[in-house]
Design a protein around this ligand. Structure first.
Ligand SMILES: [Zn+2]
Length: 104
């Protein structure tokens, strides 16, 4: 499995191909590398709602399910990750990702 093309976008900082996925743990958006990685510690899947979901692979459950693929968090590979700010939701509110037409 790999991300459907409508999920793939580019990192604003390094222009690598990434996908935004929602963490199953807390529903936060997390950038993951669009290219599946065997060394990745994340399992990404497309939910029935068409959104991407990401969960951490653990020692207890180290293998992705057949519907998932293994990916690296983009923060781990981005050459210029955003500076860590302790405070601060981002000032502008975004309503999810930009709308894209659903393609079949
Ligand atoms: Zn980047």
């Amino acid at each position: 499995m790999k991300p459907a093309s409508q999920h793939v976008t580019t990192c604003r900082r390094c222009h690598a191909l990434i996908c935004w996925a929602l963490t199953t743990a807390n529903g936060k958006r997390q950038p993951v590398d669009a290219q599946p990685s065997e060394e990745g510690n994340l399992a990404v899947t497309q939910g029935a709602d068409g959104l991407l979901y990401v969960r951490s692979l653990t020692k207890a459950y180290p293998e992705p399910r057949p519907s998932e693929w293994r990916a690296m968090p983009h923060h781990a590979t981005c050459p210029s990750p955003p500076p860590r700010r302790s405070s601060a939701p981002t000032p502008r509110t975004t309503h999810g990702v930009r709308p894209v037409p659903w393609q079949r």
